[in-house]
Ligand binder design. Sequence first.
Ligand code: BTN
Length: 297
Amino acid sequence: MGLEEFLLSLPVGFVPWPEIAAKAGVSLQRARHLAQALKERGYPVLLTDQGVGLAQDAPAPQFLLPRLRGRLGSPYRYLGRVTTTQDVLKGWRGAPEGALVVAEEQTRGRGRCGRSWLSPPGNLYLSLLLFGPAPKLLALRVGLALAEAAGFGLLKWPNDLMSPDGRKMGGILIEAQGNRLFVGVGVNVECAPLPQSAALREFRPVRRVDLLAEFLRALEEWLVRPPSAVLSAWRDVNCTLGREVRVQTGKGVVQGVAEALGDAGELLVRTEGGLRIVSAGDVILGAPQNIIDPQKG
Ligand code: BTN
């Protein structure tokens, strides 16, 4: 029996060695060796003299796959420590639409705008394959699915998941190669790796496998909703409009008040020099301003 099969044979919770060895059809010694090897590869395996167990919330295939109802999430690769799930997915030859890679840790997690994404154990790191052409407003759709799966939090333009007190809990990176779209999502579930970030569990108990299943379910729905529904839902859960913003764009900094979301998902910023249209960039939020959102009437 190989490592992957042994991993799949592990139930939630703790199992005595004789039981898991019998279930896997291997000797006690081989069972211990396989469990140790999984742990060394970054899987959340709890080992004691008495037995072995997978972390209760591990997004292992045997817990995730029975939860999936749609086409997203299958086939599924669940990995321990990787460089970045984005590159693992890009290197997965012949992967069909809906293919999913999840890792327990990333050593070279990538963020938007050339930043890195710190990826310690305990959080959720996933990459999902979609085929183009991308639906309009894809970035907003993915953000809405994430906010819905988390069950709380607000979206900072375009799709950062923020805690109610304004710290970043999750981020989305969409990369394209030809007609393949790699939707990368990182969520701080257990661990907030930076002072300005937050973890979901500071606010409520969350199991990563539940969060992942909910995200895939929600995304499937958001992918086919009409653009008008996406724009209106985003406006309802955003924490950007009506705030002072400083946006780092490819062409420099745009500073002003985030006044509205355009129909193509762009941010309209009222600056001293007039209205500026920002279609990509990184937002730093400032103080709320007293403006009337023309889209809310
Ligand atoms: C951001 O900067 O807000 C986007 C962060 C995206 C991080 C996720 S974690 C899973 C996937 N793999 C990566 O290397 N990046 C994305």
